[in-house]
Design a binder for this molecule. Sequence first.
Ligand code: NDP
Ligand code: 8X3
Length: 249
Amino acid sequence: MKKTALITGATSGIGLATARILAKNDINLVLCGRRLDRLNAIKDELSKLTNVHTLQFDVRDKSQVSLQIANIPSAFTPINILINNAGNAHGLDPIQQGTIDDWDAMIDGNVKGLLYVSKPIIEQMVQQKSGHIINIGSSAAKEVYPKGNVYCASKHAVDALTQGMRIDLNPHGIKVCAIHPGLVETEFSQVRFKGAPVANDVYKGFSPLQAEDIAEIIYFAITRPAHVNLADVLVFPTAQANSVIVKKE
Ligand code: NDP
Ligand code: 8X3
């Protein structure tokens, strides 16, 4: 019986790379994001490999999230694998110079959005007495770095929620995992720096992780035997020791 995975943030970066590897491995996909043109193009691409359904919503919009998840066609339910990947950093400023709009975007998207998506899927998984939730945290979930303040807080929350989910869902046979990447070359820095040229410098002078590196780890996690749960994975590029030490040429 084919499994179905719902991936948030499937329109670029880690989410898109994960959609591609899962499609190649015959997993049905429910792909989510805000950019409809990209969702349509990805559906065209991956429908050649597997069954694909797309949902366009902003994870911050709780009524849209619950409405759209409630209306997933029955061929794609129940969801067996939830990959909570949607998220971004907005700004890199000392706390005294941060903007409330950036803070709202990070707390509402990275934390509350993850909860809004998880709630209806967890209900399905509890009914099924099985399921696998993968939350994409960050090295910023494990340590705080200068100017990282609110982004780090949002990812620390993802780490805490992962642990809380693992505890509360333990009686229901549901696996819960967090994958915490360091520097991955995606659209992340374009978003963080709002398209400013500095975004192009973030990954220069060393070999950063690529989205496919994280997608492969996600695929490894979801293909472990039933009795094995990868609970917490911290992954850096070799050149990175922590959030502030990166060996550059
Ligand atoms: P990208 O910017 O390439 O991808 C982010 C994805 O999230 C997009 O598909 C975007 O889709 C979606 N997204 C963002 N905000 C929302 C929202 N409010 N509602 C719905 N979808 C949203 O970055 P990454 O692939 O790098 O990021 C994926 C995850 O990995 C994030 O949680 C990020 O924090 C985390 N991460 C990234 C690292 C890095 O260095 N790149 C390192 C550690 C963790 P759309 O715009 O179409 O809605
Ligand atoms: C993304 C990695 O170092 O920019 O979560 O926080 S970092």
